[in-house]
Design a protein around this ligand. Structure first.
Ligand code: FES
Length: 506
């Protein structure tokens, strides 16, 4: 059997045998080594790059098979991603006889678990990490496709193993015994909830996009989680395949039940889930915005890790930017991409149809930042800086913003109200918190008239799971919200199709 040695930052980190013919990506994943693979190994994103010698050319790990003994050099920044995201925050030490619960937010990208006293509601410790399924794709579609070819069991085992690890870490931090955990409340999108519950998500990947469950009920926890015997697990109720328990839990914790509306709630990730509160009623929809705002499938896109450009502004006639951690610029994360695009639109370097103009067609100082590279127009952040955006990146972001903006307009049309009638605009999720609201409005991600009513609420799914953890009333409210919610399917909506074309314009 071939032997594979894996190096990171020059150091040997793993050495193991591999069956011949297996891809490097699969080998690394089996060995528990994280390599970013946004397209799930389909050879499309070009992000799973490794080298086979220290100075050799980069090759895609998902497209390179192991044929004999091999040295594999993986990039160092993924180490930082795990280090940056893996966190355990200690709250209070709990008494030995304290009844405990865990509120869990299973995101497609990260997983967060809060160990909580069921008696006092005090959060004893929090543990988090990059979702262990990440090597099987950055978005839910890639994960579903993996399950369609290979079954869902491996992804179920990965998330369950990760939950066990997070619970163990949180308990160690709080000095608690995991066997004291009696209740687990989980909020995730419908695909993540299926995989954690041991259900196949494959039916949600093909028309008519049917989930096996919409959850919202309590069941006995699975065997190997290491918690109290007979403990209960609750999954927040989903509304459809693409509007999940993370959204209902998020709406609850953002206080939508207490508002009369009209109020628009939006969570932008690889999908854009949008809900509207109107009196007692909810309308909701999901748009396939694609992973562009997460930096996937963008030339220099990357996760929000050290070295990612996170803010770009035009100041004193020049481009200024910052990076996460102040590290040298390596690429652009979602908020940086949004700012860069807004800057190009404001400076007239992207026209209203979304064309990135060549230097000759622009005037003023912005033209200094425009170049031709292999015959394609690009915008470079600074002379000598390796980070740029090209015309195709602009197009992908344009499609993503149009999908979100058209989703908002479709809900407004169904509700029979105009943009000015919206009293509150709630931005949920990490991206909603970090992005510059003016940049988002400048590219038309949402109407400018929403700006004064905009409120970023952060990752609300975990907070909603925490509410459901301790309160039967909160769980009943979540169920009632689902009953009062009308789901609007956008793929067959003529309003959405018309708006999608209209909202493409800058
Ligand atoms: S190209 Fe290999 S994971 Fe996307």
């Amino acid at each position: 059997m071939p032997e594979v040695k894996v190096y990171r930052s020059g150091a040997l980190i793993a050495r193991s045998e591999s069956a011949p013919g297996v891809t490097i990506l699969k080998h690394l994943s089996d060995a528990g080594i994280f390599l970013d693979a946004p397209c799930g190994g389909r050879g499309r994103c070009g992000k799973c790059l490794v080298r086979l010698s220290p100075d050799g050319a980069e090759t895609r790990a998902c497209q390179t098979s192991i044929t004999g003994d091999m040295d594999v050099y993986i990039p160092g920044e993924m180490e930082m991603e795990i280090a940056g995201d893996d966190a355990a925050a200690k709250g209070a030490t709990v008494a030995a006889d304290e009844p405990l619960g865990v509120a869990v937010d299973i995101g497609t990208t990260t997983v967060v678990a809060h160990l909580t006293s069921l008696r006092t509601g005090i959060r004893a410790a929090t543990a988090s990490g990059v979702n262990a399924q990440r090597p099987y794709g950055a978005d839910v579609i890639s994960r579903i496709q993996y399950c369609a070819s290979n079954g869902h069991e491996q992804l179920t085992a990965l998330i369950r193993g990760q939950l066990r690890d997070l619970i163990t870490r949180a308990c160690a931090d709080a000095g608690a015994d995991p066997r004291g955990i009696e209740y687990i409340s989980i909020a995730g999108n419908t695909i993540m909830e299926h995989l954690a519950a041991g259900l196949s998500p494959v039916g949600m990947g093909v028309a008519p996009f049917r989930p096996l469950s919409l959850f919202g009920d309590e069941t006995p926890v699975w065997d190997d989680l290491g918690v109290a015997h007979g403990a209960t697990v609750y999954f927040a109720p989903a509304i459809s395949s693409y509007v999940g328990g993370d959204i209902t839990a998020g709406m609850l914790s953002a206080g939508l039940e207490d508002t009369e509306g009209p109020c628009v709630y939006i969570d932008i990730g690889t999908n854009g889930e949008i809900a509207m509160k109107l009196g007692e009623r909810y309308l909701c929809c999901a748009t396939a915005a694609g992973p562009a705002f997460e930096g996937a499938e963008i030339s220099m896109g990357m996760a929000a890790v050290p070295g990612a450009v996170n803010h770009v502004v035009w100041e004193d006639g020049a481009v200024k930017y910052t990076t996460i951690g102040g590290a040298p610029a390596e690429g652009l994360c979602g908020s940086g991409l949004l700012d860069a695009l807004a800057l190009l639109v404001r400076q007239g370097a992207v026209d209203e149809t979304g064309r990135l103009l060549p230097r000759e067609e622009t005037s003023g100082a912005i033209s200094e930042y425009l170049e031709s590279r292999d015959g394609k127009n690009i915008f470079r952040l600074a002379r000598g800086c390796k980070v740029y955006m090209d015309y195709a990146d602009v197009r992908k972001l344009q499609l993503a913003k149009s999908a979100i903006a058209a989703g908002i307009q479709t809900l407004l049309t169904h509700a029979g109200i105009d943009e000015g009638g919206v009293r509150a605009f709630v931005l949920a999720g990490g991206f909603g918190s970090f992005m510059d609201k003016d940049s988002a409005a400048a590219i038309g991600l949402f109407p400018k008239i929403f700006l004064p009513a905009t409120r970023a609420v952060g990752n609300t799914a975990g907070e909603g799971a925490a509410l459901a953890l301790r309160s039967a009333e909160a769980r009943a409210t979540l169920g009632a919200m689902r009953e009062r919610c009308e789901y609007i399917e956008l793929s067959t909506s003529s309003v959405f199709n018309e708006q999608f074309v209209e909202q493409m314009m800058f």
